[in-house]
Design a protein around this ligand. Sequence first.
Ligand SMILES: *Cc1c(COP(=O)(O)O)cnc(C)c1O
Length: 462
Amino acid sequence: MSDIQNDLLLFNELVQVLLEEEKKHPVAKRIDADVLYDTIDLSLKDEAMLDVSLKETLKDVLVATPKTATNLFFNQLFGGRQSKAVLGDLLAVLLNNSMYTYKVAGPQVGIEQEIIRKSCDIIGYGDKSNGTFPTGGSMSNYMALIMARDAKDPEGRYRGVTQNLTMYTSKESHYSNAKNASFAGLGRNNVRYIEADTEGRMLSKKLEEQIIADIEEGYVPTFINATAGTTVLGAFDPIEEIAVISEKYNVWLHVDGAYCGSVIFSESKKHLIKGVDKSDSFSYNAHKMIGTPLTCSIILVKDKKQLHDSFSNEADYLYQTDGDDFNLGKTSFQCGRRNDALKFWTLWKSVGTQGLEKIVNQQFDLANTARDYVANHPDYTLYSYPDAISVCFNYKNIDPKELCTLLYQHQVAVVGFGAFNETNFIRLVTINATNIKEDILNFFKAIEVFVDENQNLIEAVD
Ligand SMILES: *Cc1c(COP(=O)(O)O)cnc(C)c1O
């Protein structure tokens, strides 16, 4: 047998270990960071390691690694396991293409383009649209900002930014906006954080006031970032209202749908991003709501010329055959690029767009289950609004940060906390569409039992 055949057998054996472990210990035993290197042997040595020892070491690592696919992981904006997407990703690893040229990626180029074309159709972007697969949602936002900057200040690409460009995003938007402003040469001080309403949605009236004030002071409004699914509350900014302002003042509108942009696949939920067809760019992370393995982020651009203007460089050593439409390196940030499309395509192909819709709808159903439970239980306080898959709450006035830490330390559940308008709370994210209603109810039961049985721990931290 060849090395790869042997190692795939080993892989299967290790997968069995992992799946068993996920059943037995859905929350992995936490290793404190300060004793990590003493607990598992992670050291790299001069000598080779015997295969049998390597296998044991890999098992130790698998067992100790946090489990993100189980029904007790609610910590971040991803989770669960869509097995057809895993299959596609495993094949992408074996194939190991780089997505920059048709010469080395062949049909994988068509697979990526089909996802982009279909997504553009769904949001109503028209014939001139296209897109690419950046490394994640932060990079998608960055690429959008660069295109906006170049559209507003085309000379800037050669001479550096010379005007006082400003950008606009809500207080509740993702932190990548601040970093991106610095990378793109606008500067962090030129990010205007627009107030949100009581449910976390950008106030378009405040946006317009700020733009007017900036123009009066000689600034050049360049980029508006609207969010479809804010990081804490999962709120949707009013895109249609914001689009009117973007058009009126000729400012690029990007819709950051990293978290919840996948509502485009749901007939009953896509009204939440009504007006997206009027935006200049839109991004979504299939590794969040769709449940593909990390990372799978897509940015769509209404006019593909903007992508080319900002990201294409001639490189004869690279682009030796085929046209621009097949040489995807001409619209990407990096040179060598991982194939993130195959996993999404394998899933989409197997379940159809209707299957994607079910995946999306399930998360809203689970969120409703959680919200109903919390709202009807006197020991809980709810800080969450309809149409959000982040269900924020507190239990018995226990400090949420302490409770989350205790739940994790005692292998009860992995869940995070957040804050909105100075209130801290636990944030349950119902993004794992393989969960069922009972999983959500079990989560609450697990908290209640834990608190009941561990009064001493809770009091100790109060
Ligand atoms: C997750 C998220 C991002 C960042 O995406 P990454 O893929 O983690 O870089 C950006 N914006 C929003 C709203 C997000 O939820």
